[in-house]
Unconditional design. Structure first.
Length: 208
């Protein structure tokens, strides 16, 4: 196809913004985030202080975080912005959930580095839920973080392929010394069903 000025079109994403705010404690990240239009806060730490905002309270497990996201996805509401405060305190919940899922006492028990690699799938579940609220419920998203290493781990969860895909790629990779592996894509997840499953599990019902 020939490229010419006639093929130009106007770009731009009409979806709500998705932001990550990072900085040391006390610089006003939470105040900035809750200044967004009609926010609701998913708290993993008690960082609101005197700030007045709708919140589920401090959530102490990864399942509780996903249940909160599920309620925002399935129930009627007029919130316009999701605020997650914070990724740093969400990280140990991710590790705990990953260890329980794999019947391990803690994240270190997998063996050198394997637990943190397995935790990327848990991070992906969280990010898929957040993205579903943005894409299908029209909510802006603001994620708050203090520790750069946590943020890098979150980004890695979005960029690295899932373990099953890594194994498949290794099995199908040509054996020639300098051959390139076939292109790999992130696995598409059934986010709406995942959120509904968390909601149904919390209520004691059967997943649909």
């Amino acid at each position: 196809m020939a490229i010419s000025l006639a093929s130009l079109r106007r770009g731009g994403d009409a979806r709500p913004p998705r932001l990550l705010t990072y900085g040391v404690a006390g610089v006003g990240k939470t105040l900035f985030a809750t200044s967004a239009p009609h926010p609701v806060v998913v708290q993993t730490e008690d960082g609101l202080g005197t700030i007045s905002a709708s919140t589920f309270g401090v959530l102490r497990s990864f399942d509780a975080v996903m249940e909160a996201l599920g309620s925002l996805y399935t129930e009627a509401h007029d919130f316009e912005t999701l605020v997650v405060d914070s990724l740093d305190w969400l990280e140990p919940l991710v590790w705990q959930h990953t260890a329980q899922t794999h019947n391990q006492p803690d994240i270190e028990s997998f063996g050198y580095g394997k637990g943190y690699l397995a935790a990327l799938d848990t991070w992906r579940s969280f990010l898929d839920g957040v993205n579903a609220l943005r894409d299908e419920r029209g909510m802006g998203v603001i994620l708050i973080g203090d520790d750069l290493s946590t943020l890098l781990g979150t980004v890695a969860a979005r960029l690295l392929p899932a373990p099953a895909q890594r194994r498949k790629a290794a099995q199908t990779r040509p054996h020639r010394r300098h051959a390139k592996a076939a292109p790999r894509r992130l696995q598409r997840r059934q986010t709406p069903q995942t959120l509904r499953r968390h909601r149904a599990g919390a209520r004691g019902g059967a997943p649909k």
